[in-house]
Design a protein around this ligand. Structure first.
Ligand SMILES: C[S@@+](CC[C@H](N)C(=O)[O-])C[C@H]1O[C@@H](n2cnc3c(N)ncnc32)[C@H](O)[C@@H]1O
Length: 330
């Protein structure tokens, strides 16, 4: 398999580009401005919101190779299946997700925010449908296309845009719609490209009252949970998220920086990615789940773009995959 490091990737340039979105001092974009992240003003938040696409693109161009090395080709969470490792649980969930999304062999399906195509490859294998993945990251397109070719699935999966009206038999998305700052426009566009009577399924971040199962044991670095999986299949992956390992890694990176074997920006990148771990704080407080699942259906007689974003959601059902709640109508 080829290297997951993007061609043309320059850690100092790409890190500065991302950190510039979170810096109050334009001359200091090579360090994390903690004040600007944690206590940003409303004006700063609005400024970032205007550039949301650029912020997300710069983030994913920077971290995707590390995601792929540390977490795998599937950039999302999944409900844990007892007895299965994290990776196996993710794939089992993706296979089930293809069925929940009502996908069938021969359908032409759109994957919104496809990452490097991990879910699309599992689903295409399971169902035999054709999938078109879109993402704002040029690196994801290049890497995802290469991985898909390597998996022998390039006849089923394409990563590109844009599309004519009513050109898809189904649309799905995994942890990507949360990046949109204008969900109405987003749903309208989804509705436009769907054929009448077809379904739109998405699984995304949501605020919750409680989250009983510890989906977050991976990012929380909870090695006790990892040790309950037969064969300790996740142990190393989860161990890498412990404060102990981070401390060790920082010392090791510092040493490499000191002897000139690594750019100092790698230390900052490590810190940037450590912030992702804060999802576990929300989870432990019972406030947050990444796996809120919606299945919507476009009415058989098209009602035209502009109205259907709402109609689809009203006619759909949603369910939290973490926990037992099944709720109708949002
Ligand atoms: C958490 S990742 C999920 C990736 C993929 N669905 C998976 O599960 O492996 C979020 C994805 O949304 C994409 N994304 C974020 N903002 C986007 C936008 N405005 N347009 C298209 N894709 C976007 C990111 O580039 C990334 O691929």
């Amino acid at each position: 398999m080829g290297s997951p490091v993007p061609v043309g990737f320059q850690i100092n340039r790409d890190l500065n580009k991302f950190l510039a979105h979170y810096s109050r001092d334009p001359s200091k974009t090579n360090v994390i401005d903690v004040d600007c992240i944690s206590w940003s003003t409303e004006a700063e938040r609005q400024e970032r919101q205007k550039k949301y696409c650029e912020v997300a693109t710069d983030y994913y161009n920077l971290v995707s190779f590390a995601y792929e090395k540390g977490w795998g080709q599937h950039f999302h969470y999944a409900p844990l299946t007892p007895g299965l490792s994290l990776t196996e649980s993710i794939k089992a969930y993706e296979r089930e997700y293809g069925h929940i999304a009502r996908l069938r062999k021969g359908m032409r399906v759109l994957d919104l925010g496809c990452g490097v195509g991990g879910p699309a490859r599992t689903i295409a294998r399971e169902i035999g449908c054709t999938i078109v993945g879109i993402t704002n990251s040029a690196w994801h397109v290049a890497r995802g296309t290469a991985l898909t070719k390597e998996a022998g699935l390039d006849h089923l999966i394409t990563l590109k845009l844009p599309f004519p009206d009513e050109s898809f038999d189904a649309v799905y998305s995994v942890e990507a719609l949360c990046y949109s700052t204008d969900t109405t426009a987003c749903y309208k566009e989804i509705n436009r490209v769907m054929k009448p009577g077809t379904s739109f399924t998405f699984h995304d971040f949501a605020m919750t009252e409680n989250s009983p199962a510890p989906w977050y044991y991976g990012p929380a670095g909870n090695i006790w949970w990892a040790m309950m999986i037969p064969g300790w299949a996740d142990f190393w992956k989860v161990f890498k998220m412990t404060p102990f390992f981070r401390f060790f890694l920082i010392c090791f990176f510092r040493l490499l920086v000191l002897v000139g074997q690594m750019p100092s920006e790698m230390l900052t990148l490590l810190q940037v990615m450590w912030y992702c771990r804060t999802v576990t704080i929300g989870a432990k407080e019972g406030l947050f789940t990444p796996m809120y699942l919606f299945v919507c259906q476009k009415p058989a007689a098209s009602v035209g773009a502009g109205k259907t974003g709402r109609r689809s959601a009203t006619e759909g059902e949603s369910r939290r995959t973490e926990g037992t709640a099944v709720v109708q109508d949002h």
